[in-house]
Design a protein around this ligand. Structure first.
Ligand code: PRP
Ligand code: URA
Length: 209
């Protein structure tokens, strides 16, 4: 079964509180999502394998650590996942970025895919799917299906806020995908919004309604 990690670093928790706050406007919301994503990047990369490299310091030769192994791919789910990309790239500047466009039909709450553009070598990369919200889980579930169909072998999911319903769906359908969260909320309302949540992530990020 997928592991679920709540990244409880105080800086992440503090910034998520401000992100939730209805008084936080678009500019500040965007900056906070960017900062939290960078902090979460720090935590989600904790298990990256290291290998030794021989280097010359100004005084001697040394065996020192560098990151080994597979390369990383960031996969934001459009639109709101876009807000998490720059923060991640601050710490992972060589990552490639693929995009999956999905929106949730407001009546059925089911995701509709409208765009997919991925790095050609996704099967060799450790992929991190980015979306601020994991509500019913339909969007993330479909995005992961889409990546696996195209050959992805290693996938993590990173969200700012999740509902138990979304976690359950990912654990049932994608037990190999670990989930990294800023916070786990109580439930969904009748329109599929996370309670207490932060409202509509895309609208708050881009100033739409
Ligand atoms: C939001 C959010 C997720 C999805 C989560 O996107 O960014 O992608 O809803 O809901 P789910 O877990 O129930 O699928 P939305 O559909 O509003 O599209 P947008 O980002 O383009 O506004
Ligand atoms: N999508 C959002 O943007 N917010 C929610 O609470 C649920 C889905």
């Amino acid at each position: 079964m997928s592991n679920v990690f709540i990244l409880d670093h105080p800086l992440i928790q503090h910034k998520i509180t401000h992100i939730r706050d209805v008084e936080t406007g678009t500019k500040m919301f965007r900056e906070l999502v960017d900062e939290v994503s960078m902090l979460m990047a720090f935590e989600i990369t904790r298990d990256l394998p290291l290998e030794k490299k021989t280097i010359n310091t100004p005084v001697t030769t040394a065996e020192s650590n560098v990151i080994a192994g597979k390369k990383i791919g960031l996969i934001p789910i459009l639109r709101a996942g876009l807000g998490m990309v720059d923060g991640m790239l601050e710490l992972l500047p060589s990552a490639k970025v693929g995009h999956i466009g999905l929106y949730r039909d407001p009546k059925t709450l089911l995701p509709v895919e409208y765009y997919v553009k991925l790095p050609t070598d996704i099967e060799e990369r450790d992929l991190i799917v980015l979306d601020p919200m994991l509500a019913t889980g339909g969007s993330a579930n479909d995005a992961i299906d889409s990546l696996k169909k195209r050959g992805a072998k290693s996938i993590k999911l990173m969200c700012l806020i999740a509902a138990p319903e979304g976690i359950k769906l990912i654990q049932e359908n994608h037990p190999d995908v670990d989930v990294y969260l800023g916070d786990l909320d109580e439930k969904l309302d009748e329109k599929g919004y996370i309670i207490p949540g932060l409202g509509d992530a895309g609208d708050r990020l881009f100033g739409t309604k």
